[in-house]
Design a protein around this ligand. Structure first.
Ligand SMILES: [Zn+2]
Length: 345
């Protein structure tokens, strides 16, 4: 398997965030990148540094003012007294109070959904490198050079909207890969999101779009992040109507339930007849994940990989969630092996 990654992924090192009433150690740590990179190296995969595709593919998904905010926020930190290693806000815009303020502190709350996405000295380099890994993987597919690639994206991306960060995500790597594939192929793309959290940013980005089908299986948002989206009746609007499908499952869903739902999602992909697939590959559906909610086993991930590979379509696998535990690198290892052995394009 061709692996695209950026060493800059380690440059964003969030220490803490506010969760369920307490300041806690941040789960989306830079060491995730190194653990995932080390296991694909040990497995003998073909690692390549991400190429340099500039801001074009990023701005094809994200608003220019939002991208510029992310790129310049750290340099504006002097405007926030008392800042040392990271900038954050505890004030957030709401639908009924949504004017864009001038100051950096207000803009953080304007462009972010929660406290999980602090800005540090290395944040822009990390999220830019992560996005370039996704574009590089999409470009390799579009060029016809290979039939599948894994983008080791860290920080993750599927909770980021066109103009908003949140849920550890800044730039939506999955959406950037999908949009790049649409542009380069001229065809339709299906996104299969198997992270335990709803891919809300991805849904938002493509909600009015017919040329990208967005599918997500995740824990029921009635009592689980991201709470405010991810329900089964969210099916798209305008040209995007019926091109978004959510599959919320009760917490504790096991392999059998998860695979049955995945089979339903794959049936939708087949009838959509896309030219390629982007998988939002979170491993936090694992029974071992420290912040997960499902009971998916390592064998369960292996079977899911062979099911998705069975589509027989060019595929970009984009790393999303999955947090530090011994099962995290193991689940990636078996997923890639199983995918490769079953994938024929
Ligand atoms: Zn997740």
């Amino acid at each position: 398997m061709r692996i695209l990654h950026s060493p800059n992924s380690s440059a964003h090192q969030p220490e803490r965030y506010f969760r369920r009433g307490a300041i806690v150690p941040h789960p989306e740590q830079a060491v995730r990148y190194r653990r995932l990179r080390d296991v694909v190296l040990a497995d003998g995969h073909d690692l390549m540094h991400a190429g340099e595709f500039g801001l074009g593919p990023i701005k094809a998904v994200h608003a220019t003012d939002y991208v510029e905010f992310l790129a310049t926020a750290w340099a504006r930190r002097e405007a926030v007294p008392g800042i040392d290693d990271e900038i954050g806000s505890s004030h957030f815009a709401r639908p009924h109070m949504s004017r864009r303020p001038e100051g950096i502190l207000g803009q953080i709350g304007y462009y972010m959904a929660d406290t999980s996405t602090p800005i540090q000295a290395g944040t822009w380099d990390a999220i830019y490198g992560s996005a370039q890994a996704a574009v590089s993987a999409a470009e390799l597919l579009a060029s016809g050079e290979i039939g599948a690639a894994y983008a080791l994206c860290r920080p993750p991306g599927h909770h980021a909207y066109a103009n908003s960060a949140g849920g550890f995500c800044f730039l939506n790597n999955t959406a950037i890969a999908a949009r790049h594939l649409v542009k380069r192929s001229g065809g339709r793309i299906a996104i299969i999101d198997i992270d335990v959290h709803h891919g809300n940013g991805t849904q938002g980005i493509f909600y009015e779009t017919a040329d990208v089908l967005t599918l997500s299986v995740h824990a029921d948002p009635a009592n689980y992040f991201p709470f405010y989206t991810g329900y089964a009746d969210e099916s798209g609007v305008g040209a995007g109507l019926d091109h978004n499908h959510n599959f919320p499952l009760a917490e504790g869903a096991d392999d059998q339930t998860w695979h049955k739902t995945l089979a339903d999602m794959l049936a939708l992909v087949r009838s959509y007849q896309p030219v390629a697939v982007v998988v939002a590959l979170g491993f936090d559906a694992s029974v071992d994940d420290p912040i997960g909610a499902f009971g998916v086993t390592t064998d369960g991930f292996s079977k899911a990989a062979s099911m998705i590979a069975g589509l027989g379509l060019p595929t970009v696998l984009v790393q999303e969630g999955g947090y530090l535990c011994d099962a995290l690198p193991l689940n990636l290892s078996v997923f890639l092996k199983s995918f490769e052995s079953a994938h024929q394009v």
